[in-house]
Design a protein around this ligand. Structure first.
Ligand SMILES: Cc1cc2nc3c(=O)[nH]c(=O)nc-3n(C[C@H](O)[C@H](O)[C@H](O)COP(=O)(O)O)c2cc1C
Length: 148
């Protein structure tokens, strides 16, 4: 039997406005490590905040998150949900990525309470299902991880 799958969703705040080159470096190392440990997921960047979902084996998720949590490029990490899942939502991506600008956010009026204008951890913490819907929706038309 395959080992149990877990996902972990968190929100964090970038220490400073990150350039495209810096975001690209983060994604490069994420894709490299995640491919080795069988971790998949998506990273969103909006208004100086990140929201990321990691999915994979429980130990691999926890090891990856322990490394991410120590990264000085962001702070104030808040776990929105850590839970078993039946299947992966992003099997095709070692790490998908989308920068969510004001225009994209405004296209979803129902989600306005979850942006302030970055991801609002308090609101999302109360509605982890919305967090996952956002992660899915914002990368729906992306063909691959990296920039689009
Ligand atoms: C917002 C953010 C998301 C990240 N996502 C991942 C990830 O999914 N997987 C990963 O291995 N590293 C990720 N990293 C990078 C790790 O924090 C770390 O830099 C990387 O694992 C390399 O570790 P090393 O420098 O000790 O080799 C992320 C970093 C940031 C700031």
């Amino acid at each position: 039997m395959d080992k149990a799958l877990f996902h972990l969703i968190y929100v964090s705040t970038a220490r400073e406005e990150l350039s495209v080159a810096e975001l690209d470096r983060i994604l490069e190392s994420a894709a490299k490590y995640n491919a080795i440990s069988g971790v998949t997921g998506v990273l969103l960047y909006a208004g100086g905040t990140f929201m990321q979902v990691l999915e994979g084996g429980e130990a691999e998720i926890d090891e990856t998150f322990a490394r991410i949590r120590e990264d000085p490029r962001h702070a104030s990490l808040i776990v929105i949900e850590r839970a078993p899942i039946a299947e992966r939502s992003f099997p095709q991506w070692s790490m998908g990525f989308r920068r969510v600008g004001a225009t994209e956010a405004a296209a979803h009026p129902a989600w306005a309470p979850f942006f302030d204008p970055g991801f609002c951890a308090r609101e999302l913490g109360a509605k982890p299902g919305v967090a996952l819907d956002m992660l899915k929706d914002f990368v729906r038309n992306q063909r691959e991880g990296r920039f689009g």
